[in-house]
Write a protein that binds this ligand. Sequence first.
Ligand code: GTP
Ligand code: SPV
Ligand code: MN
Length: 622
Amino acid sequence: MMGNPKIENTEVVHGNPQELPKKVLAFVSEIAQLCQPDKIWLCDGSEDENKDFTRLMLEENLVINLPKYENCVLARTNPQDVARMESKTYICTEEKREAIPEPKPGVKGTLGNWMSLKQLDEEIKSRFPGCMKGRTLYLLPFSMGPIGSPISHVGIQASDSVYVAASMRIMTRMGKNVYKVLGDKDFVKCIHSVGVPLPAQKPIINNWPCDPEKTMVAHKTKTNEIWSYGSGYGGNSLLGKKCFSLRIGSAIARREGWLAEHMLIVGITNPQGVKKYIVGAFPSQCGKTNLAMLTSPIPGYKIECVGDDIAWMRFDENGVLRAINPEFGFFGVCPGTNHHTNPVAMDMIFKNTIFTNVAKTSDGGVFWEGLEKELKTHVSITSWTGEKHWTRDSGKPAAHPNARFCTPLVNCPILDPHWNSPEGVPISAILFGGRRPEGIPLIYETRSWKHGVYAGASVSSEATSAAEYKGHKVMHDPFSARPFLSYNAGKYIEHWLQMEKDYRKMPKIFHVNWFRKNKEGHYLWPGFGENIRVLDWIMRRCDNEPIAVESPIGLLPKEGSINLEGLPDPINWEELFELPEDFWKREMNDIETYFNQQIGDDLPPAIREEIENQKKRLGISK
Ligand code: GTP
Ligand code: SPV
Ligand code: MN
């Protein structure tokens, strides 16, 4: 009897190596030789295969079933592996300055970590040889963007985690049909290992193998390679997402003249039947998913979702900016999601979903902070760390603040009809924003493309649990892409400036802040669905309705031009829009210092001009 086929003496337990394009076979052979897995699984993307993934995850006790829902499981990770590791993420190039700007002497750079190609080779050698021993190597062919579209890019990920295989199947267009369009072309090489060869040397906590001490997420931007080791979580391990679509993606986009951004894409039809698409870049955990699928409390508006995290955008031959969502699923934040804040998400996440680090209820469901009102009284809760009979008095949250759902896009009941179209959707406006408790108004419109790019480069936001930062310190986050920059931030800004051409219809750029607080620490704006009122103002400004007034920082809404009718609580317009003099003095000084210290000579002169002009308008003299 014939046995299973082999690749590099490793048994192939699923799929046929003869179906692999030559370069893919060479890639998997090389990785198998290096990492020495026990078995190789060539993924095909089929329904049957997905059932196998679920069965295997259950067998490994990597997930538990959630019988309350349809085909949903819950993974609880090692508590040391719960978020992206920004400090262990590297861009690897020949010259350091290609990857990150040179900070002023004595200043610690905050715009990415660089590693030389030589050093990376060393780091790979000290981690990857034999790292998949006792495990299965899953070979995942995937397309970011519609399969076969000229905008799309193919990646092949080798991973020794079945959780990653199952998640990549949700998050990307994964399957062997990718090979048909790939042929003998190059692809982005993605290598991922949890870094725990078997038998394990240390106890595996929560059945979640990882090696936090040796975690490394490294990118070779010239040769399109990603080497990720030691973490099984989210952006560290689902390599199509931040590593490929943002870091490798923006490096490709720079070479080819387009944009790969940390942005949601949403279509809004107003009561007059006019539809516009808007993209928005907010830092991690700052409201992209919520805005992308907002439910309007005011009748007559229709919201349709294209994407909630990443946009690939290019100007077409008519000078129109067009955006696609390269992803195929949502990897969204659970805490705070409920029927009031995000009813659409609540409608989509209870089938075919992998939850990670949420709490579990005794009736086979999930729980997280924000679901209190929706909880049945007779159930008991087991927290994400496994603490039984959890109550609010336990002093720790039930769900990890970065707990997430991983759900296919097609579950979204308000998915835009053009979500999958290769030419993308036309963009009328670009939003920047962040969590700013102080000083920054609910909305302002920038004065020009240049001023808008300056606003994007100047984004700051309170730290969140999406990465390893502790506390709520306000941090700079240019274009909400600081963790995802793959080349010198000064050049990134330059690239944005260069998008502007006479023959192009440049979208207007706005800045929003849903998170301004009053002296008592309460949000001044209700946010969520009520943000439709701001989107409506933006749409009217795109048609140049005279509803804006000049201010030193840009155009503010004329008092009363944002519809506030029917809001549950009265709004203090004055407090929402005031520009405190002392705050703005500090803010401008802070932005200038930041650019000088972090970007220095690589800062485009046009941005210096924007700073000077804004300071003049604010009446801040040198
Ligand atoms: P990533 O997936 O990390 O990139 O995050 P995201 O930008 O998609 O953020 P998301 O929409 O998941 O929101 C993160 C948190 O902010 C959640 O806890 C939300 O409840 C909260 N949030 C979102 N929108 C608003 C809003 O308009 N107002 C307030 N106050 N909170 C919001
Ligand atoms: C983010 O942190 O911005 C995310 C989650 O969208 S992760 O995929 O883990 O990066
Ligand atoms: Mn994100």
